[in-house]
Design a protein around this ligand. Sequence first.
Ligand SMILES: [Ca+2]
Length: 332
Amino acid sequence: MSSCCGPSAGREAPADHGADPVPELGFEVPHRDPREAARGMVAIPGGDFLMGGDDPDAFPEDGEGPVRTIQLTPYLLDATAVTNRQFAAFVRATGWVSDAERFGWSFVFHLFIGPAQRRHVMDASVPGAPWWRAVEGASWRTPEGPGSDVTTRPQHPVVHVSWRDAYAYARWAGKRLPTEAEWERAARGGLPHATYAWGDELTPRGRFRANIWQGQFPRVNTAEDGHVGTAPVKSFAPNGFGLYEVAGNVWEWCQDWWSTDWHVAESRETRVDPAGPATGVARVMRGGSYLCHASYCNRYRVAARTSNTPDSSTGNTGFRCAADLPATATPN
Ligand SMILES: [Ca+2]
């Protein structure tokens, strides 16, 4: 795993995850009309698509390849990442305490730590990724640590959410997390095997199509795309399916356990509605973030993938939800 993508918190023993992959919710899942829950979601057509990447830019060590034909049942996917406003509504309704709040800290990118936060920086470093700092009191409510807040960022994607937080939100919303195959099928927007969610050129006609990093990572962020940190959802043009910011902005949790070779074996299980291995220690994340730069990460390519442990949280990881198509709304 590249440490640029998001360091692991190491908060719980990995053995806990495989044994008990589904978090305790601690709240009652409200009954929802599936058509109501489907608002703000996009119907993604089923059928075959080419998943994975094996071009020269791909990272074989991440298990991006081989390129294989995957068959999916039609489904719904949120048009945008879950926003601070949406996550706040979930917390108000359920009293959910996020993992960052439960453990009392989260990973903040070094340039976002201001004078008010410096005394909250913990004495812990991330090997190979010194730009990540563990900050006491950092959470989705206080993304840079104590003294920061999200009141001016209601339409920004929620960050500092762990996989377990994302799972709980999805259950509450009458949805679920997308499988990795669903995520990639949707992110490709109907383009067969393009490098990016919008085509093969990073900046067609000189225009940025995603919130990533410009300048010299990790010190100089020229923000030519208009955004130093997270961008509000719908800041960039949607892809061919009408999905916003599937590249850059924030990493997005998927349902699947992480493996670099589970999908390599030819089998029906891995080719039709694949859902990943049965157990694991980390969960898949897709899409890249505002910290991604071609020079060292380059994971805003649509085939790129990474992972983190389910209790980890960082200032560049969020999520969006999927759902099965309501029976009465199946398109022709
Ligand atoms: Ca940017």
